[in-house]
Design a protein around this ligand. Structure first.
Ligand SMILES: NC(=O)c1ccc[n+]([C@@H]2O[C@H](COP(=O)([O-])OP(=O)(O)OC[C@H]3O[C@@H](n4cnc5c(N)ncnc54)[C@H](O)[C@@H]3O)[C@@H](O)[C@H]2O)c1
Length: 469
């Protein structure tokens, strides 16, 4: 009887191009949904700690110089060792604006492309481009990066870099085949608080990290949303359930857990609310079919790792709420939280071990006093932030983290070092887009998260930033 109940029936369902396999027992209970892990093609190997030949100057070509792209162009005019050689956008006036930025900075004019929606291919084919920097809307990201790598260029892509499992595997395979870097431009890993907490984690202040949380709570759309303003984004929300923007939340917390550097995310479960505001915003825009607005106003995704850690991320771009990336970590000996107030809590011995606080009494159920927090934040400031903070704050971009992201990218390429984020980070942080939808659409069933390294997730011991001698 028992064996009868437990007997699993394999059900094959085709979903959006990738094969979904789920196990059902006789009670109709669905086990974890498995998604296909394509076999690594013969002759290909992983790109963990990938090193590419050093570049003296990093010559960059930008595709997409809209809202986010123009600020990247501005930053790149201030990065040592960088040269902007090509610019592409569908809108000639935006290309002109970016060209003016380059010229105003005293740099030579860049080649420009604005004739049609495939003009970016010519940019990728140029001999004077080493790196293609992709800042378009989400849909063309992965294909542009694939083509750029096939043209022999490194590819970096704004968030989220890939919107489906098929796109993710395509990027992994192309990076492994071409031995070109493929990195997602996840800037939040360079925020001052996140970097400091990472440094404290690596120095053992929190003990063993057990639970981490993150998210993207940003009221992007309201009922007075002007028609035509970034329509692509709300249109994507109209058509898809799930967490469509998981990477700002997941990036920094995956680094705390050493994901694919000793641990890996194994299972995920997602739940969403109904789409109240989404539907009303869509209606206010005069668009058809508002009752079928798919993306829930608030989506939550829970994950568990191979080593028994848990993760919670949230997504809400619809309801009025203060901006919040929900960054939080719980370790066996301490705790850190970023929003709405930055605070820490530590076991007594952690504070007692800091020579500055000998004799200071703290308890373990209150945040540490502000004075102690200030000293600790200063003492454990990440070396990268310490080195770059002055110029980063001056150049700007989300308080300086955008500049540090671009600076580190150029620094690693010039020194022939592995980048701070690899294509497997991209995969782990983006896979939530499709896998959360799969979970939600199947009654919030658990989904098995693939090992994107295909067997090498514990080859590297812990996350670290590469540094030149
Ligand atoms: N990391 C962050 O903090 C952050 C912040 C904002 C936006 N983003 C990301 O940046 C990306 C762009 O967002 P945005 O707000 O700048 O959007 P946007 O609409 O302002 O800009 C996108 C640009 O891409 C161009 N484009 C689209 N298809 C093209 C093609 N085939 N060839 C050439 N150009 C093309 C468009 O004309 C447009 O100018 C998105 O992925 C978004 O999620 C990231």
């Amino acid at each position: 009887m028992k064996s009868l109940l437990l007997r699993a029936l394999l059900v094959l369902i085709c979903v959006a191009g990738s094969v979904q396999v789920s196990a059902k027992n006789e009670k109709g209970l669905v086990g974890a949904i498995k998604v296909e892990t394509p076999k690594r093609p013969k002759g290909q190997k992983d790109v963990l700690l990938l090193i590419a030949p050093k570049l003296d100057t990093v010559r960059v070509g930008f595709i997409g110089v809209g809202n986010r792209g123009i600020s990247a162009v501005e930053r790149w005019t201030k990065i040592p060792g960088a040269k902007i050689t090509a610019i592409c956008d569908l809108r000639p006036e935006l290309v002109e604006r970016a060209q003016n930025t380059v010229v105003k900075a005293g740099m030579p004019k860049a080649a420009t492309y604005d004739t049609d929606e495939n003009a970016w291919k010519q940019l990728c084919q140029r001999d004077d481009v080493d790196l293609v920097y992709i800042v378009t809307d989400w849909i063309p990201h992965a294909e542009m990066a694939r083509f750029a790598m096939e043209c022999g260029k490194h590819a970096v892509i704004e968030v989220p870099a890939a919107m489906s499992m098929d796109e993710i595997w395509m990027l992994i395979d192309t990076s492994e085949k071409t031995r070109k870097h493929c990195m997602m431009l996840e800037n939040c890993i360079y925020d001052q608080f996140e970097l400091t907490a990472l440094n404290m984690t690596q120095k053992g202040l929190f003990g063993e990290i057990l639970n981490v949380q993150g998210g993207y709570i940003h009221h992007l759309f309201d009922r007075n949303w002007p028609i035509g303003k970034r329509d692509w984004r709300i249109t994507y929300n109209k058509l898809h359930r799930g967490d469509l923007y998981p990477t700002h939340g997941l990036g920094p917390i995956c680094q705390l857990l050493n994901i694919h550097r000793g641990d890996r995310i194994k299972t995920l479960v997602s739940m969403d609310t109904k789409a109240v505001e989404g539907s009303l915003v869509w209606k206010a825009m005069g668009k058809a079919d508002p009752e079928n607005f798919k993306n829930g106003d608030h989506t939550m995704t829970f994950m568990r790792t191979e080593k028994g850690k848990s993760i919670l991320i949230e997504h809400n771009v619809m309801t009025p709420r203060p901006y919040n990336r929900k960054y939080q970590l719980t370790g066996s000996r301490g705790y850190a939280n970023k929003y709405p107030v930055e605070e820490f809590c530590f076991a007594k011995e952690v504070i007692a071990n800091e020579p500055e606080f000998k004799g200071v009494k703290i308890n373990e159920h209150d945040a540490i006093p502000e004075g102690i927090q200030k000293v600790l934040m200063e003492k454990y400031m990440h070396p990268i932030w310490k080195e770059l903070q002055d110029v980063a704050k001056k150049v700007g971009g989300h308080g300086g983290m955008d500049y540090i992201m671009d600076y580190r990218l150029v620094y690693c390429l010039r020194n022939g070092l592995p980048l701070d984020m690899d294509v497997y980070d991209l995969a782990e942080w983006c896979c939530v887009v499709e896998l959360s939808r799969l979970s939600i659409e199947n009654g919030c069933a658990p989904v098995e998260v693939p090992d994107f390294t295909r067997g090498a997730w514990d080859k590297i011991e812990g996350y670290s930033h590469a540094m030149a001698e």
